[in-house]
Design a protein around this ligand. Structure first.
Ligand SMILES: C[S@@+](CC[C@H](N)C(=O)[O-])C[C@H]1O[C@@H](n2cnc3c(N)ncnc32)[C@H](O)[C@@H]1O
Length: 257
């Protein structure tokens, strides 16, 4: 399971939905209260999780432009049944190159989930400039924000196609940049909290971290294998709990609404 595989995105979707910060999501919903229709672009939509999570909180007539560079994920995002009055189009784009194209045309809201920690500072700044130039509201959920797992954080900063990635500093940088452009910010935590019964997702995370271990830690292959075996013993015994930090932000231009 890699970070963008359909299986991984499907596994994390329930946890992401539960983790979304309710106050931030309420603020998004309130920003469009009383509006009959809304046009949204979701950047790096994956299999469409943001539409499924946020759609129920928005005005009933919705038009969603789902953007990703993975054709197979876009096909999944388009395939499921959408409620009546929800119009979905999929746009295959490399956002590292063609971000501006994704934001073309009439829009009311820009959303993204689990993206900002993957991008470089330069790309994030470009995103903020492009969104602010259009005075659009911006909702970014589930940005990884954990200082605890140092090795994983090192991996978080490796290049994911957008230049060396920001990792855990992404949400703070986005908030600060939007404020400079006269945006009001609402932010809140959206941590994953896994209990002993959440074995599959914990196992997937531990396996992924162990695979990255040679790159991200000074540990030998044997030490990493030992660490993974120990984590699995705890999982099997129902003794494994894990918290992974995330942040949600909603940025809205002051005075536009
Ligand atoms: C961690 S996933 C999040 C997917 C989705 N937003 C969600 O919350 O389930 C990151 C997404 O970024 C997309 N992505 C990565 N690099 C991209 C690029 N250069 N252009 C467009 N999409 C990209 C991946 O295909 C993947 O769908």
């Amino acid at each position: 399971m890699n970070g963008f595989s359909p299986d991984w995105l499907a596994l994390r979707e329930t946890y992401d939905l539960a983790a979304r910060n309710a106050q931030v999501l309420d603020t998004v919903a309130n920003a469009f209260l009383g509006q009959a229709a809304i046009s949204v672009v979701d950047l790096a939509c994956g299999a469409g999780a943001t539409l499924r999570a946020v759609g129920p909180h928005l005005p009933p007539r919705q038009s969603w432009r789902l953007v990703d560079n993975s054709l197979s994920l876009l096909a999944r995002a388009f395939a499921p049944e959408h409620p009546p009055y929800v119009n979905v189009t999929t746009t295959p784009l490399d956002l590292a190159r063609d971000l501006e194209l994704a934001l073309d045309g009439p829009l009311d809201l820009v959303t993204t989930s689990a993206l900002l920690d993957l991008v470089s500072p330069e790309w994030l700044d470009r995103l903020v400039v492009e969104v602010a130039a259009r005075r659009l509201p911006f909702y970014a959920a589930l940005t990884y924000d954990d200082e605890l797992v140092a090795g994983f954080n090192l991996h978080q900063r490796t290049d994911k196609g957008f230049g060396p990635a920001l990792g855990p500093s992404a949400a703070a940088r986005a908030a600060e940049r939007f404020q400079r452009f006269g945006y009001a910010l609402v932010q809140g935590r959206s941590d994953w909290v896994f209990g002993p019964d959440d074995r599959t997702i914990q196992d997937a995370l531990f396996t992924g971290w162990a695979e990255l271990g040679p790159l991200t830690t000074g540990l030998s292959a044997d030490e990493i294998a030992g660490w993974l075996a120990q984590r699995r013993v705890h999982l099997a015994a129902g003794r494994s709990r894990l918290r992974v930090g995330h942040v949600d932000i909603f940025a809205q231009s002051i005075g536009t609404r």
